[in-house]
Write a protein that binds this ligand. Structure first.
Ligand SMILES: Nc1nc2c(c(=O)[nH]1)N[C@H]1C(S)=C(S)[C@@H](COP(=O)(O)O)O[C@H]1N2
Ligand SMILES: [Mo]
Length: 405
């Protein structure tokens, strides 16, 4: 083993060889850990997180509508795209985040923990930055894997911590902008990240390491690409056969379609098949329909996707009664909103709301048929809501009441 002193050119030694170097830091001497690599990984992560944040915000607004940002019912597959991109960029960020943390790790453990106020502030700001970033990627991936090792509400936590994390990222970009730009532009600037780093201080890749910065970036990109390629097939038909890591196959389930909440779990097996089933529609002249009466109503067929927040989706042919026809029958005004209620007596997704745009859309249906077959109870028999550009969680199954509001 060559001595540390022989590896480190004179020119940069002052950065790197501190006679008081604590032992702890001697453990982190990879020549790969420099600002240039940190900047490249950081920029990639910044881009991935930004796309993930914007698509996530958009998906959130679709699932939790706000009056000041009405989401139109068209294009019908928009949520499928925004949520698909959200999940894919989230998955792609995992290897980049791990690599970035590995590169800057010496900074976290450097000792003494702070040398002056500026460094102390920087250290404290790492909590929302690193903690937030790790939380966002971890909670998102755990959620799509149906793994809930926490007690808090996922949606609210994932949403609010996203804001904190993005704030911390913006502050971090502001603080690191100059140094990152310099180290990306000028290859010769290879400032070591920790006092302990024997950075070479030259243009050359560290020969002794064998594994260069370029190799590491390539490995990270390949890992991210592989993870996306082996999961995105749960929403992109073209890559369906590659989707070996996707937690859910959209073609597996009753009627060849995935199911999230089964009829048994929802406790509706009996009520959905009961002779007492009625569809109630409130309004100026409220109406109640038996199954036989529903079957006499005019139907409409539409091709629409079910896009789950977890990233899987499928497009199917749905046939059923238009919600707007039912609204007309009870004399509801055109701009009415409709609350759709399920036979399910508890469960977070037993109710959803259609705004005026969605309620009056020609393709918003209470579907009774899926791909030409009578709807199975797992998919919402006797009828389920299906409308354009809606998150899967809002496509309420086992519908028994439409409340005009
Ligand atoms: N009543 C009710 N409807 C529901 C749910 C539910 O839990 N209860 N889950 C929703 C979710 S999360 C999705 S993704 C879709 C899935 O529809 P599918 O099971 O027919 O594929 O149904 C939605 N409809
Ligand atoms: Mo879902």
């Amino acid at each position: 083993m060559p001595q540390l002193d022989q590896l480190v050119p004179q020119r940069v030694r002052r950065y790197t060889t501190d006679p008081d170097l604590p032992l702890r830091q001697r453990a982190y001497q990879s020549t790969l850990r420099d600002e240039r690599l940190a900047a490249w990984l950081g920029s990639s992560l910044g881009i991935l997180f930004s796309i993930c944040f914007v698509t996530g915000l958009f998906s959130h607004i679709q699932q939790h509508p706000v009056s000041w940002f009405p989401v139109p019912a068209r294009p019908a597959g928009l949520y499928r795209v925004t949520q698909g991109v959200h999940v894919a960029t989230g998955i792609a960020s995992m290897p980049v985040l791990i690599a970035k943390l590995w590169v800057v790790w010496p900074r976290f453990v450097s000792f003494p923990p702070f040398k002056g106020l500026a460094l102390l502030v920087e250290r404290i700001s790492l909590f929302p930055l690193v903690g937030g970033g790790v939380f966002m990627v971890f909670s998102g991936i755990a959620n799509i894997d149906y793994w809930y090792p926490w007690r808090f509400g996922f949606t609210a936590a994932h949403y609010w911590i996203a804001w904190v994390t993005m704030g911390a990222i913006l502050a971090h970009i502001g603080a690191k902008w100059t140094v990152a730009r310099q180290s990306v532009r000028r290859p010769s600037r290879r400032v070591a990240l920790a006092g302990a780093d024997p950075a070479l201080g030259t243009d050359a890749e560290p020969a002794a390491a064998g594994f260069t910065r370029r190799h590491l970036l390539g490995a990270v990109a390949a890992t991210s690409g592989l993870l996306v390629a082996t999961t995105v097939g749960d929403t992109l038909r073209l890559l369906h056969r590659l989707a070996v890591l996707a937690p859910r196959d959209p073609t597996v389930g009753s009627q060849g379609r995935a199911i999230n909440r089964s009829a048994e779990n929802a406790g509706v097996l009996e009520s959905a098949r009961s002779e007492d089933y009625r569809l109630l529609v409130t309004g100026p002249t409220p109406m109640s329909f038996t199954l036989d009466q529903l079957r006499t109503l005019p139907t409409h067929t539409a091709v629409l996707p079910i896009s789950c927040v977890e990233g899987w989706s499928y497009s199917a042919t749905w046939t059923g009664i238009r919600v707007r026809d039912l609204m007309a029958m009870v004399g509801a005004p055109h701009d009415a909103h409709v609350r759709v209620e399920s036979l399910e007596t508890n469960g977070p997704y037993r109710i959803s709301t259609l705004d005026a745009d969605q309620a009056s859309d020609r393709d918003t249906l209470l579907a009774t048929h899926l791909d030409g077959q009578a709807l199975d109870v797992e998919h919402g028999y006797p009828c389920r809501l299906i409308g354009p550009d809606r998150p899967g969680v809002l496509q309420t199954k086992w519908v028994t009441r439409l409340v005009i509001t």
